[in-house]
Ligand binder design. Structure first.
Ligand SMILES: *Cc1c(COP(=O)(O)O)cnc(C)c1O
Length: 399
């Protein structure tokens, strides 16, 4: 443990104290496994918080990064960038969207969406349409605009004044949105499945109802698929489960295969409100990250990892339901594809810590929900192994 202790002491001395880190220094990864500096192996059901869709060090991503790094890292959007063009084309071919704005994170993708709907509403609706309706329990990022969009007090507390122009309603409550929507509504922003809010899947008809409400009354519909996108829920994008298309979509997390990238996708008519000079990001879509993202998305498509996510997610859900039947502490198991939440009757941190000891990485999604989000390449045997460890730990920790 000496190397871990030495490193964590230095981290605690020099890093901003913004994370409640587990006392482990991860050093190397391959597929669904990672190793710490002591050489201990872990089965990774966090995947960098739904980022590493292809697992760690997938050859397609490694090769793309190595080749691009040796060729050109960065030039700025003053010039055309070939891997960025390829990636935008591939995204538009496989989504509702016609145009893509690249940035560096999920928060920035949502920021771009917020700016775009404000500008679009002024140009095509009316200057009074400035309000964005978002859902309680949602999560959209940590910038001032996106914590304002995030209708959860714990993310906002201490950072007031928040940004004007947001209105909150309960998630999965169509009637509440119908009551809130009006001549001031510029957009409705929603995660098709709430991630950080506890892996909450809306009831059938909810997202279709939001689409119809927008069509009937004028606001734009924004889907935040930062967590649910790129095959995570068993379809390439979660909106496909409900046959509903947004006007704008935010992506990040898994898109870059581990490199930091965000993207805001929009329909032509809406995207047209961004013109030269209206929005920008220095690093947005730079050659390295877009080469990695192109390789990632291409691999997800070619290997049909969305279907694999649906299949392995089915296994995982089934096995976790068996665990649920054997433990009173487990209240609900829910999710789609390889994004599954297990809600306990208590705080989950002690369970996560014990799983870590036993070589299984898991994260929380809220205080009482454990998130299972392994790489989409996970095997049935790895699913069973993870559930076995989880079952044993639950028995120990919850009795
Ligand atoms: C993680 C997440 C974000 C924020 O992404 P960052 O890259 O951390 O800024 C936004 N929306 C959703 C749904 C997320 O899961």
């Amino acid at each position: 443990m000496r190397e871990t202790e030495e490193l964590t002491a230095r981290a605690d001395r020099y890093l901003a104290n913004t994370y409640a880190r587990f006392p482990v220094v991860l050093e190397r990864g391959e597929g669904c496994r990672v190793w710490d500096v002591e050489g201990k192996e872990y089965l990774d059901f966090v995947a960098g918080i739904a980022v590493c869709a292809l697992g760690h060090c997938h050859p397609a991503v490694v090769q793309a990064v190595q080749a691009q790094a040796a060729k050109l890292l960065h030039v700025s959007n003053l010039y055309y960038i070939e891997p960025q063009i390829r990636l935008a084309e591939l995204l538009c071919e496989h989504t509702f969207a016609d145009r893509v704005f690249f940035c560096n994170s999920g928060a920035e993708a949502n920021e771009a969406a917020i700016k775009l709907v404000r500008k679009y509403a002024k140009e095509h609706r009316s200057p009074e349409r400035t309000e964005i309706i978002t859902m309680e329990g949602g999560f959209h990022g940590r910038t001032v605009a996106t914590i304002t969009a995030t209708a959860q007090a714990k993310y906002q507390m201490g950072f007031e004044p928040l940004l004007p122009g947001f209105r909150y309603v309960p998630f999965d409550d169509l009637a509440a949105v119908e009551r809130a929507v009006g001549p001031r509504t510029a957009a409705i922003l929603v995660e098709p499945i709430q991630g950080e809010g506890g892996i909450r899947v809306p009831t059938e008809g909810y997202l279709q109802g939001l689409r119809k409400l927008c069509d009937d009354t004028g606001p734009l519909l924004i889907f935040d698929e930062v967590q649910t996108g790129i095959g995570r829920t068993g379809r390439l994008f979660a909106y496909e489960h409900w046959g509903v298309e947004p006007d704008i979509m935010a992506l990040a997390k898994a898109l870059g295969g581990g490199l930091p990238i965000g993207a805001m996708l929009a329909k032509e008519e809406v995207a047209a409100s961004f013109t030269p000079g209206t929005h920008a990001a220095t690093f947005g879509g730079n050659p390295l990250v877009t080469a990695a993202a192109f390789a990632t998305l291409k691999t997800v498509l070619e290997e049909d990892l969305s279907a694999r996510s649906a299949e392995m997610g089915g296994h995982l859900l089934h096995e976790l339901q068996t665990v649920q039947a054997a433990h009173r502490a487990v209240k609900v198991v829910r999710g789609k594809g390889l994004l599954i939440g297990v809600e306990l009757d208590r705080e989950v941190r002690p369970v996560l810590t014990r799983c870590l000891d036993q070589g299984l990485l898991l994260s929380s999604a809220g205080e009482k929900v454990i998130r299972f989000a392994p790489p989409l390449t996970v095997s049935a045997q790895e699913v069973s192994q993870a559930v076995g460890v989880f079952d044993t730990v639950l028995r120990e920790v919850t009795g």
